[in-house]
Design a protein around this ligand. Structure first.
Ligand SMILES: *Cc1c(COP(=O)(O)O)cnc(C)c1O
Ligand code: SF4
Length: 386
């Protein structure tokens, strides 16, 4: 059986075992699996790293960047996510997403403070209503790990910009008074930083609005803090169905047994999970990396949904690839692997244009009579033009 279906053995190995805990090997299972312990023991300074007995070596550049970015966009890394990082290599794809890089301090002239024009379309504080039938609702500015490529870094991690209870109330009022809103994306920050009790109240209030059909919960916790999803948490989310979870895996280094178990528990709990990957230079700008991540996600029943071109947020120019690089990745996937493993590649129109699909060119010629295509394998096909 295993010879014919080598994938079968892989499927079982996805969920077995555990990521080695490195400098935290003495921490009890109870603590390690407690999301509050993970939150409280986040790495927030170079000193926090140094206190781990030399397990992690920070480069001079990283040390400088950690202190120089502390005011603009502070560092925060859960012990769990830190165990996925290379101990010393600043080029490690997981480490690059979590430890500040000196290039963050060199803004590029094309950078924008509000790259997606979210504030331009912010109808009330905390709600971005850009598309006709759905809104983005920011319910917190906190996250377990502050991703260095975050598009909302202008707000996220800033303790003074916490989405206050009053703002959540205003957002709910806005949704209540806009019957065209049938889809609410609960985002932030990471909404799973709220307690189960607060989330339950919030989701319940959204669910009670008759015209809201679906709730989308946008959270990177399956990647940065999979311990967050206890059975009780999943049962709570289930009470507000239909709830669709959007998460954000970028690299196979994040595809651990802990994350696999988390995604499978969400799917078993009846929650539909999709992935929104961000294309990042030096992290995942490689078709093999994207394919491996997406194959793993599908094995956990998580559907690759979007591949985002890196936006123009300030201080992330070192992560930006060309659009051509993204199109090459899509071309290398389409037809070559399951269509389910091929995400929509999109660019958020700078300044608030919304998501614009980017599709490799398969039409090579057309006139009044015929359209000539190239298929995934490079062969030529024709179809009548009318
Ligand atoms: C991405 C986004 C959405 C959701 O877009 P979908 O294509 O429906 O997933 C909604 N509102 C805003 C402002 C967004 O940026
Ligand atoms: S989890 Fe999302 S909102 Fe939070 S820092 Fe990462 S990308 Fe930004």
């Amino acid at each position: 059986m295993h010879e014919l279906f080598p994938e079968v053995s892989k499927v079982t190995s996805d969920v077995t075992g555990a990521t080695p805990r490195g400098p935290w090997s003495d921490v009890s299972d109870d603590k390690w699996n407690d999301w509050r312990w993970q939150q409280q023991n986040r790495l927030r300074s170079a000193q926090d790293f140094d206190a781990l007995g030399g397990h992690f070596e920070l480069s001079d550049g990283e040390r400088h960047a950690i202190s120089a970015t502390a005011d603009a966009f502070r560092m925060g890394i859960t012990p769990y996510y830190a165990t996925l990082m290379d101990r010393s290599d600043p080029q490690c794809p997981v480490r690059q997403q979590a430890i500040p890089h000196p290039d963050e301090l060199n803004p590029s002239p094309v950078d924008l403070r509000d790259p997606l024009g979210e504030e331009r379309h912010m109808t009330v504080p905390g709600i971005t209503h850009r598309y006709p039938d759905r809104v983005l609702f920011y319910v917190t500015h906190h996250c377990p790990v502050y991703c260095r490529h975050c598009t909302r870094k202008r707000k996220v991690s800033d303790p003074t910009s916490a989405a206050a209870k009053a703002q959540i109330a205003t957002g709910l009022d806005y949704i209540r008074s806009h019957p065209e809103v049938r889809d609410v994306l609960v985002s932030g920050g990471d909404p799973m930083t709220l307690s189960d009790a607060r989330l339950d109240t919030l989701l319940g209030a959204i669910r009670a609005i008759p015209h809201v059909e679906i709730i989308r919960l946008c959270t990177r916790n399956p990647v940065t803090l999979p311990q967050r999803f206890s059975d009780a948490t999943i049962a709570m989310l289930k009470r507000h169905q239909p709830v669709l979870v959007h998460t954000h895996f970028n690299h196979p280094g994040e595809c651990t047994p802990e994350a696999a178990r988390c995604l499978r528990r969400l799917a078993d709990g009846g929650l539909s999970v999709a992935n929104q990957m961000v294309l990042l230079k030096g992290v995942n700008d490689d078709a093999d990396v994207v394919r491996a991540t997406n194959h793993w996600l599908l094995r956990q029943r998580c559907r690759p949904y979007y591949l985002f071109q890196a936006d123009l947020a300030e201080g992330i120019s070192h992560f930006r690839t060309t659009v051509a690089a993204g199109l090459d990745i899509i071309r290398a996937l389409r037809g070559h692997t399951s269509g389910m493993a091929v995400p929509h590649y999109v660019i958020d129109g700078p300044g608030g244009g919304g998501k614009i699909p980017l599709v490799p060119e398969y039409i090579i010629e057309q006139d009044d009579e015929r359209i000539v295509f190239r298929n995934w394998a490079g062969e030529i096909y024709e179809y009548p033009a009318r």
